[in-house]
Write a protein that binds this ligand. Structure first.
Ligand code: SF4
Length: 457
């Protein structure tokens, strides 16, 4: 009987953008979750998780992957690291016949294009990575694995979609697969909190607003139903991280924690008597007296809200499901509860004009006067997976040029978007971007500066 072990490396490449907020202290939670499933469900599998952000060069990362002698390399992809993922995959395939599997949000949308254009990619996981990776590692034939996109006998991309499982059916992320202290130190430095021991958790996947309405025009979240872990399971995970590592600052990564008030009530009612603080995301429309009170009791000290624009017509065109008045109400409620508001605006939403840009500027000033603490500003980019991306590709000329591609020049796409969807000039957007990001306590989220690098993909 063979005792050969399957060795799996799970990799998150470094971001191609020069400045990305929060990457330094965000561990690759999705990979820790897949790693946990692999270790629990497969007897003969070893797992290594590597984060490209912690390497000074891509080649150093590739060397560590090769040194592990893996059978399977799973590489996570998102809009900020897809080209790097391809570059790593190509280098690996040139050296050895590793099985290369891409997963994550980018290829969950672009799996057809990826498999058509990149012969060195064997498979793409579409949706949750846990079960497809476990089956692959257990030697199940790829054609019998739902959620694993592959080429058929004619070389055409083919996928049998997987059914979304309840999140409670997966094991919790396995933190023993990384050195959590690296991320915790980065968190302490960023927040200047010497006593903070941080961790990330994810209570939900999906968004009720997207489920109900199709979601915001820029939303690149994979279209699926909202799935929630039970409040009991989330507390179990938090308590374990508290007991084992002393974690006391939790970054809750759900797209919006307020989308189900019953869930929030139950989560709150189970809170143990422990000094735990939270940060997380919330929609302005879900920021009510009750949700804020619950968050305050839970120990939330900062909430991230996409206010996006100070013009109701623009918010409507972006299908944001929010208004200027709701943004203001949210800021005031959070201020009164002693919770910091970190808001973000996006310039260049459909129909943007000089008038709406000025309205956004005025709105931001008003919110700062009413207790908002931090603002992040970025210029819109119609990323893969969003309805904006599809709308841009619907343009005959642009679509004709880019349909079928799997890599895109995002700064160029931003400009094409403004040209075709806004009623102002690029220079107007740039002017307001500069004005807004010069307000004290504003951060500019740089969509346009990429690490200078030639990709051999
Ligand atoms: S962008 Fe956020 S709020 Fe909008 S649909 Fe997506 S997850 Fe929901």
């Amino acid at each position: 009987m063979s005792t050969a072990r399957t060795k799996v490396v799970l990799v998150i490449p470094s971001s191609e953008r020069v400045k990305v907020l929060r990457t330094a202290y965000s561990p690759p939670l999705g990979l820790l979750a897949i790693g946990a499933s692999l270790l629990q469900a497969t007897k003969n599998t070893d797992v290594l998780v590597l984060n490209g952000e912690l390497y000074s060069t891509e080649n150093a990362l590739v060397e560590d992957i090769v040194a592990y002698k893996p059978n399977i390399v799973g590489i996570s992809t998102n809009v900020g690291c897809y080209k790097t993922a391809l570059s790593i995959a190509k280098k690996l395939k040139t050296q050895n016949r590793y099985l290369i599997v891409l997963g994550g949000p980018y290829v969950s949308t672009m799996w057809k294009e990826c498999l058509k254009n990149r012969p060195y990619i064997d498979y793409c996981v579409v949706g949750d990575g846990e079960i497809p990776m476990v089956k692959l590692s257990n030697g199940v034939p790829p054609e019998r694995i739902d959620g694993l996109a592959k080429r058929d006998f004619l070389g055409e991309p083919h996928l049998i979609p997987q059914i979304d499982l309840p999140l409670d059916s997966y094991p919790d992320p396995d933190w023993s697969l990384i050195d959590a202290r690296v991320y915790q130190e980065a968190y302490r430095q960023t927040y200047k909190q010497a006593d903070a021991i941080s961790a990330c958790i994810n209570a939900m996947k999906g968004c009720r607003w997207q489920e109900r309405s199709g979601g915001c025009i820029f939303c690149a979240l994979l279209r699926s139903k909202l799935r929630q872990r039970s409040p009991e399971r989330v507390w179990q995970e938090i308590n374990r991280l508290y007991d084992k590592y002393g974690c006391n600052h939790f970054w809750e990564l759900s797209d919006t924690i307020g989308c189900d008030i019953d869930w929030l009530r139950r989560f709150n009612s189970l809170k143990p008597n422990r000094p735990i603080l939270f940060k997380g995301y919330l929609r302005a429309s879900e920021t009510t007296q009750e949700s804020v009170k619950l968050l305050s009791t839970l120990g939330y000290n900062e909430v991230f809200i996409g206010i996006e624009s100070g013009d109701n017509a623009i918010l409507k065109a972006a299908n944001k499901g929010s208004t200027v008045a709701l943004n203001k109400r949210a800021t005031i409620l959070l201020r009164d509860a002693g919770i910091k508001t970190f808001a973000s605006v996006v310039l260049g939403l459909p129909g943007e004009s000089r008038q709406s840009l000025q309205a956004t500027y005025d709105h931001v000033c008003d919110l700062f006067e009413n207790g908002m603490n931090t603002l992040s500003v970025c210029i819109f980019a119609p990323y893969v997976g969003s309805r904006a991306f599809l709308r841009l590709l619907d343009d005959e000329k642009i679509g004709g040029q880019y349909r079928g591609s799997d890599v895109f020049d995002w700064p160029l796409f931003s400009r094409l978007w403004v040209q075709t969807q806004c009623i102002c000039e690029w220079s107007d957007i740039a002017e307001y971007n500069k004005r807004l990001s010069s307000i004290p306590s504003s951060l500019y989220e740089d969509n346009f500066s990429y690490v200078e690098k030639e990709y051999d993909i």
